[in-house]
Design a protein around this ligand. Structure first.
Ligand code: SF4
Ligand code: SF4
Length: 189
């Protein structure tokens, strides 16, 4: 084959290859896409599909924070800064600062484990992107707040309250005349 013949052959190969590539690309216009545009085209919010125990961005419920500092002490990398002081009037504690540095946090969960009230807890939120590191410090105290005073007894942990109240409700129903008692022979010994 002469030089002109091989030149023509190369042009033919190039054109064939381009058309093959374009055919593959064009076929994707009519196929169902494998990927989904995130987040605006997902059927449900991804956060809503995550398991209950997912360790996302931390949240603090100051209403039930006792100011015990257990979470601050448990954090291995000092993400949490809490300032508490005694209130001489009520002898209670006042929380004047509760910051969590989300930029440093490694979502290990060590802080929420020892919390006696469930005040500090993980959420299913994971979208924490922001423009500066400073804005990733979550400041939960807007103005000084009285710390939660735990009551003595089983109600000490507010997380137990709904469970206890449900249990009491069932016990009440069971104790009513004609209540929903276990069938004969099925009582636990
Ligand atoms: S999840 Fe871990 S790293 Fe983050 S604040 Fe809690 S203890 Fe610290
Ligand atoms: S969030 Fe929990 S562990 Fe941390 S100071 Fe408040 S009550 Fe204590």
């Amino acid at each position: 084959m002469g030089a002109i013949g091989s030149y023509v052959e190369n042009i033919k190969d190039a054109v064939t290859t381009i058309f093959e590539g374009m055919a593959v690309t064009a076929s994707h216009f009519v196929r169902k896409p494998y990927t989904v545009q995130y987040p605006d085209r997902t059927e449900v919010r991804v956060q809503d599909t995550l398991p209950f125990r997912y360790r996302g961005i931390l949240e603090v419920d100051l209403e039930i924070c006792t100011g015990c500092l257990a979470c601050e002490r448990a954090c291995p990398i000092d993400c949490i800064v809490i300032a508490v002081e005694k209130d001489p009037a009520t002898r209670g504690m006042i929380i004047s600062q509760f910051d969590i540095d989300i930029a440093k946090c490694m979502f290990c969960g060590l802080c929420s484990e020892p919390c006696p009230t469930g005040s500090i807890h993980h959420t299913t939120e994971f979208e924490g992107a922001d423009f500066s590191l400073e804005s990733l410090i979550r400041r939960f105290v807007k103005e000084p707040i009285h710390a939660y005073k735990a009551k003595k007894g089983p109600e000490t942990d507010p997380r137990l309250a709904p469970i206890l109240s449900r249990g009491m409700h069932y016990l009440d129903q069971w104790a009513q005349p004609g209540g929903d008692k276990p069938a004969a022979g099925t009582e636990e010994s």
